[in-house]
Design a binder for this molecule. Structure first.
Ligand code: 9Z3
Length: 341
């Protein structure tokens, strides 16, 4: 049966699509985390990371996925933690996570650098770390344990775009108590299209009819309510991914004009590990009296020799991205202090 595609506003979306079953308990934990760190006057950043899926059936067998390993989000989260921020890391289930990302099973499996030592007089062999890997592991492990003790990392997972939207709205609302101290770093790769549950087949789609035609609806543009309603004075950074690099700056500007947030970080799919562009408004005010002018700030790191190869232990572009954002976020907080009554 064919039904016309619908354009959902965010409001209509949440009125017609069901929340994930664990939403309430997830939100209660986020609330506690935010309150703890707000009391300690710490900056809190929400990092979204990884791709969302769009299920094609209610009893899901098939789904559409969005490209993202979660490297940008997991790596950035680590640099925010190092800078003393509390991090809400909202990521796609099984995508990369801060710290453990260094030992991803596909690029750097940890079993490869453990060694078994049989010692004379001892019945049980000892496990040790290969000497060349020790220094790096010690650095990662020390930071991991420190963050654990300080309780500055809170992890949440999503799978579908529906999980993502419900969680994002709730987390943003909880973070609004932070005012300007809240930072939003939206690096997840979010589906633009979805199948509303009312149009989904209940059971596995059968192959008997030959080809498969699916008409999807547009996911509501949630940055608008996120900026205007869900967050209060937070510093909002979204990412724009393109494969045609000529589109990066115009699309980033368009997003800033439409949603009125602080920064869009543009990245080209193939160059994203060594080049990004920050696009922002020049005077950071939208008074509607003149057309906004924009500025671009490129961050580049030297191209590693084998940038398609396994995780290298050299410079990571996220270190510079986070450093630049920390400067801008601090200025944003200070501006709020001087302009508040
Ligand atoms: C990004 O652009 C991220 O930087 C990447 C990171 C997904 C490229 P990896 O996880 O990749 O390191 O492998 N995220 C945002 C992508 C997105 O969906 N942006 C929307 C758009 O471009 C706007 S919110 O329209």
């Amino acid at each position: 049966m064919y039904t016309e595609p619908t354009t959902f506003s965010a409001e209509e979306y949440f009125a017609t699509q069901l929340p994930p079953p664990t939403l309430q308990q997830d939100v209660a934990r986020v609330k506690e985390f935010v309150e703890t760190h707000a009391k300690e006057a710490r900056g809190v950043v929400l990092v979204t990371s990884g791709g969302t899926t769009v299920p094609l059936e209610l009893n899901v067998v098939r789904f559409l996925d969005n490209f993202s390993a979660g490297t940008r989000g997991a790596t950035s989260a680590e640099y925010f933690l190092k800078a003393g921020y509390a991090v809400i890391f909202m990521h796609r289930q099984f995508s990369l996570q801060p710290f453990s990302r260094h030992y991803s099973h596909s690029t750097n499996p940890f079993l490869d650098f453990l060694e078994i030592e049989e010692r004379e007089g001892e019945t049980t062999p000892t496990i040790s770390v290969t000497p060349t890997k020790r220094e790096h592991l010690l650095d990662v492990l020390s930071m991991y344990k420190k963050v654990h003790r300080a309780g500055t990392l809170h992890t949440l997972t999503f799978v579908t775009v529906n999980d993502y939207l419900w969680l994002l709205r709730a987390v943003c609302q909880e973070m609004s108590v932070l005012g300007r101290k809240g930072l939003f770093y939206l690096a997840a790769a979010v589906s633009d299209f979805f199948l509303p549950r009312q149009k989904m087949s209940e059971h596995k789609i059968q192959s008997g009819k030959g080809s498969l035609r699916i008409e999807m609806d547009q996911v509501p543009k949630i940055l608008k309510p996120l900026v205007d309603e869900w967050t209060k004075e937070g510093f909002i950074v979204s990412f724009k991914l393109e494969t045609d690099d000529k589109l990066l700056i115009p699309k980033a500007r368009q997003a800033l004009e439409r949603y009125g947030h602080q920064v869009v970080i543009g990245n080209d799919l193939h160059r994203r590990k060594f080049e990004v562009v920050f696009v922002s408004r020049k005077n950071n005010s939208i008074d509607g009296t003149s057309s906004p002018s924009f500025e671009e700030h490129w961050i580049r790191i030297a191209l590693p020799e084998d940038h398609h190869g396994p995780v290298h232990e050299g410079k990571e572009i996220e270190e510079d991205i986070v450093a630049e954002l920390l400067r801008r976020h601090t200025a944003w907080i200070e501006k709020g202090n001087t302009t508040s009554p």
